[in-house]
Design a protein around this ligand. Structure first.
Ligand code: PEP
Ligand code: MN
Length: 369
């Protein structure tokens, strides 16, 4: 299943983060070695749909029930959620089936209504994370509540926006914070609705090592057949849990119809997932890792030598009043290195992305004083 069509390299600039640790959230899993699962419909639509879905999900062991109360639609005219009335149905589901309830909040008014309904878990949607003013307002509304909060990645592949949202909530005193990876809008090709760009959540995990990482394969894939393969990839990348859309009757869903699983399909999907166990590596693997370390050192030496040469060419161009970028030469380099890559059995797109990153850095050093 081609669910990782996008493996583009990204060039992250490191920046200083607020020096505040984030601990793991304690969300219950399904079974011992299984990830925890937050499941439920994209949106709460009516009482029967909420209670029917919640009952079926509780039977397969789901403990966290999600439902959108207000739906942030990119364009007006679509189904925008039923509003606060949904909390009555969700609270009923909590009482009847022993579930905890989760929803998205996008404004201080949503926060107020969700807290009044004692919602157990809140999340910030992708469109909201992209808006610092909205995040700040919600952070202020949540001050002093100690609520559990999951922050989705912003729609665009911008790591600093995602970090900024985490920092705003930390600043307002929240500590029970986790992250949801739901994929990114991407102009390059991807078989997914939102390109996974796995290296971004991996980078967030490097920045906040203990943060709870949840994958939302429903919104990444946008198609029910992609949910399972994407969820497995998330487990292989050591995600802690999954957020999956499930509807008692997906064909009649008012939003995200193509990606919602029936509770039965969810059960089968979860059964098919497995977590590979971490185990000590045999000595052959350690020896191979030693060779990788040596090759990496050599590559860095080579990059430094290459950089020295491009720096001196840059100085020459500046002192002779020549343009910094000669597009013809750049095109030749890219085409030639892609050809070499092909000869060596490497993906030319991979080597092109690498050459672009190297070239970006040379340009940056020549442009910046
Ligand atoms: C959702 O979870 O239903 C949703 C709207 O998601 P996102 O913010 O990821 O688009
Ligand atoms: Mn949805």
């Amino acid at each position: 299943m081609p669910v990782t069509a996008v493996g583009q390299l990204r060039f992250f600039r490191t920046f200083d983060l607020m020096n505040m640790a984030i601990g793991k959230l304690s969300l219950e899993g399904i079974g011992q070695d299984r990830p925890f699962v937050i499941a439920g419909p994209c949106a709460a639509e009516n009482r029967e749909q909420v209670l029917g879905t919640a009952e079926a999900l509780s039977r397969i062991g789901v403990r966290y029930f999600r439902a959108g109360v207000w739906k942030p639609r990119t364009r007006p005219g679509g189904f925008e959620g039923v509003g606060s009335i949904a909390f009555e149905w969700m609270q009923e589901a909590r009482e009847l089936y022993g579930l905890r309830i989760a929803t998205e909040v996008a404004t201080p008014h949503h926060v107020e209504a969700a807290l009044a309904a004692h919602t157990d878990l809140l999340w910030i949607g992708a469109r909201t994370t992209a808006s610092p003013f909205a995040v700040q307002e919600i952070a202020e509304a949540l001050k002093g509540t100690g609520v559990q909060l999951l922050i989705k990645n912003p729609v665009s592949p911008d790591l600093s926006l995602w970090c900024g949202a985490v920092e705003r909530f930390l600043e307002s005193g929240l500590r029970r914070i986790g992250l949801i990876h739901r994929g990114f809008s991407w102009i390059g090709g991807s078989s997914c609705r939102n390109a996974p760009l796995w290296n971004l959540p991996i980078e967030m995990r490097r920045l906040w090592p203990d943060v709870t990482m949840v994958c939302d394969p429903s919104h990444i894939g946008g198609r029910r057949d992609l949910v399972g393969p994407l969820a497995q990839q998330a487990l292989d990348l050591d995600f802690d849990g999954l957020l999956i859309e499930s509807h008692i009757d997906p064909a009649s869903a008012l939003s995200d119809r193509g990606q919602q699983l029936t509770p039965k399909e969810l059960e089968l999907t979860l059964k098919s997932l497995h977590r590979r166990e971490d185990a000590p590596m045999p000595s052959e693997v350690s020896a191979l890792r030693g060779r990788i370390d040596a090759l990496d050192r050599e590559m860095i030496e080579l990059l430094a030598a290459r950089q020295e040469i491009t720096d001196s060419i840059g100085r020459y161009k500046k002192s002779n009043d020549l343009p910094l970028l000669q597009s013809g030469r750049y095109r030749e380099i890219i085409a030639d290195r892609a050809r070499l890559a092909r000869e060596k059995g490497l993906d030319p797109d991979y080597v092109t992305a690498l050459m672009e990153t190297i070239h970006d850095e040379s340009i940056r050093r020549q442009v910046e004083p």
